[in-house]
Design a protein around this ligand. Structure first.
Ligand code: G3H
Ligand code: 13P
Ligand code: ZN
Length: 326
């Protein structure tokens, strides 16, 4: 074991989710790929007094390097404390693809892991998720599994259509696998292009309601929940980028879900768009700029400010813990 997450000041998601479900909000799970995105996330969460999950995909971990990820997560905890906030912070593997990968992350300081065996059969999904849950629980780490398949791209695996979660399967799945939270498919999808202009972007909230009756109080996770803000799409285009008009998940749909047993909502694309808009703006307005601090700082600030709004208006997690100051 290289690092025990507790020594890094991190927590698993157990208490976070129990409090979120009791108080009717969802914990934000924001993906990061570098120091600036980590700072955007922790500053937003600390300023708002919201618990937060720092989420790292396999691709992001390859990009940053195994030793860098736990140190950035530890730094996030230190930043929050320096700001005077007591928010709990988890480091979570997003879309884990194998037992070996989950085990390696646990050995390198992750406090929570996802095993995404949703592409396999129901029985194989249970078996793989159970194996991860047993190893993780022996190390105090929490586990998220997935039942149902989202349309779009999931860590390099692409699916054309949604396979909605079947409510009659969830009880057996969570009991047999022993996992701590369950990601479900109710119409969200990964990436910037969730709905086309003219579509009526609606989630299958009736499936969520039925799932809740089968596993009352059990923490539910929504992936693919970026809202794809028009502001950043416009900025990216205005400042020379190319991106098709796209529509994400409307805030009101997510707000309703956050008040229910949905305990964790995943957002990555919105942060990417905000960050990209910030960099493009500097490059367009100041073509002579070549100091990375000068273009990464506005990028980080756009991402932080957008996540603060999201915590306030969508997750409902503002003020769950002590707010910090910049
Ligand atoms: O669900 C996928 C996340 O947005 C992570 O994306 O695998 O490109 O890091 P990534
Ligand atoms: P978005 O692409 O909607 O941000 O979803 C992110 C996600 O689900 C990460 O697991
Ligand atoms: Zn996802």
């Amino acid at each position: 074991m290289r690092y025990n997450y507790k020594d890094l000041g991190l927590v698993n998601t157990k208490e976070m989710f129990a409090k979120a479900n009791k108080e009717g909000y969802a914990v934000p799970a924001f993906n990061f790929n570098n120091m600036e995105q980590m700072l955007a996330i922790v500053e937003a969460a600390a300023l708002k007094g919201s618990p937060v999950i720092l989420q790292c995909s396999g691709g992001a971990r390859n990009y940053m390097g195994k030793p860098v990820v736990p140190m950035l997560a530890k730094a996030a905890v230190d930043v929050a404390r320096e700001m005077g906030s007591d928010i709990p912070i988890a480091l979570h593997l997003d879309h884990g693809s194998s037992f070996e990968q989950a085990k390696d992350c646990i050995e390198w300081g992750f406090s929570s892991v996802m095993i995404d065996a949703s592409h396999h059969s129901f029985e194989e999904n249970i078996a793989e998720s159970k194996k991860v849950a047993e190893y993780a629980h022996a190390n105090g780490v929490t586990v998220e599994a997935e039942l149902g398949v989202l349309a779009g791209i999931e860590d390099e695996i692409s699916n054309d259509a949604h396979i909605f979660t079947q409510p009659h399967e969830v009880e057996e799945f969570v009991k047999a696998s022993g996992v701590d939270s369950l990601a479900i498919s109710i119409g969200t999808s990964h990436g910037a292009h969730k709905f086309k202009p003219g579509d009526d972007p609606k989630l299958k909230l009736e499936i969520l309601a039925e799932i809740e009756t089968k596993i009352p109080g059990f923490p539910i996770v929504l992936h693919g929940s970026s809202s794809v803000p028009a502001k950043f799409i416009t900025m990216i285009k205005e400042f020379g980028g190319e991106i098709k008009d796209a529509i994400g998940i409307p805030d009101d749909q997510l707000r309703g879900a956050a008040k229910s047993a949905v305990a964790k909502i995943n957002v990555d694309t919105d942060g990417r768009l905000a960050f990209t808009a910030g960099i493009r703006e500097v490059f367009t307005n100041k073509p002579g700029e070549f100091d990375p601090r000068k273009y990464l700082t506005p990028a980080k600030n756009y991402m932080r400010d957008f996540y603060m709004l999201k915590i306030e208006n969508v997750f409902g997690s503002e003020g769950a813990y002590k707010k910090g100051n910049k």
